[in-house]
Design a protein around this ligand. Structure first.
Ligand code: 13P
Length: 255
């Protein structure tokens, strides 16, 4: 049985002081004893504020990106070692916004995935098709290329240390959610690809998250699908009550 992961991606929102206020309110709701894993991914500048408040709770903290190199002359880049030192346990890689606005490639995501694993960070590898790609029936090809590209050269044990997030680009921040059936179909496809790439046991254990307009009103239905092992939540993770309700929806299903 795969444990559910309820993860928030704050994108470029929340200053350090806003992060502090969120975390105090969030912590007061009770963060111990949940059945699901909980994760938040703030901006680099808010990581210390988050760790100072949530560091003694089971909440995992993730960065939203990192550099593929160890250190050196890479102005503005942040290294895996810096993230580990800041007490991050996970890192988002290849988010569609990084691909779309910052020219992130599958090769780059692969280099970063290897680098994250080298430093003991769990990479959350984001993949997903655009509306045009879905409509022109190349969705499966796109997903396969992104997934296998990110995992190139990795051993089965290394792949087991990753998390995959399926985020259809047309559902991100648009209010358009994939229906649970649509999401399940792609998640099943991804698990089949993973099975071909590794083996059945490995593919069975891998967490595949769904992201794209996930909110309290659809969390339960999405999480009830067989191959949906958690949510990667943008907008709704910025609201303490909404995010907490989604954790509770997961708790009910994981109990
Ligand atoms: P929304 O939940 O705001 O659609 O964002 C999803 C997302 O991109 C999470 O990484």
């Amino acid at each position: 049985m795969r444990k559910l992961l309820i993860a928030g991606n704050w994108k470029m929102n929340q200053t350090a002081s806003q992060t502090e206020a969120f975390c105090l309110e969030f912590k007061a709701k009770g963060l111990q004893g949940h059945k699901v894993d909980i994760l938040l991914s703030p901006s680099f500048t808010s990581i210390p504020a988050m760790i100072s408040i949530l560091g003694d709770t089971p909440v995992h903290v993730a960065a939203q990106d990192m550099c593929y190199e160890d250190r050196g002359a890479y102005t503005a880049a942040v290294s895996a070692e810096m993230l580990v030192d800041a007490k991050c346990s996970h890192v988002l890689l290849g988010h569609s916004e990084r691909r779309q606005y910052f020219h992130e490639s599958d090769e780059g995501v692969n280099l970063k995935t290897k680098q994250a694993l080298k430093y003991g960070l769990t990479p959350i590898i984001c993949i997903g098709e655009t509306k045009e790609q879905r409509e022109s029936n190349i969705m499966e090809e796109v997903i396969k290329t992104q997934l296998l590209g990110a995992l190139a050269d990795l051993s089965n044990e290394e792949i087991l240390k990753t998390v995959i997030a399926y985020e259809p680009v047309w559902a991100i921040g648009t209010g358009l959610t994939a229906t649970p059936e649509q999401a399940q179909e792609v998640h099943r496809f991804i698990r089949t690809l993973l099975e071909e790439r590794t083996d059945m046991e490995t593919a069975d254990q891998l967490q595949i998250l769904y992201g794209g307009s996930a909110k309290p009103t659809n969390a339960d239905a999405l999480l009830s699908e067989n191959d949906i092992d958690g949510l990667l939540i943008g907008g709704a993770s910025l609201k303490v009550n909404d995010f907490f309700q989604m954790i509770e929806a997961g708790d009910k299903l994981n109990s």
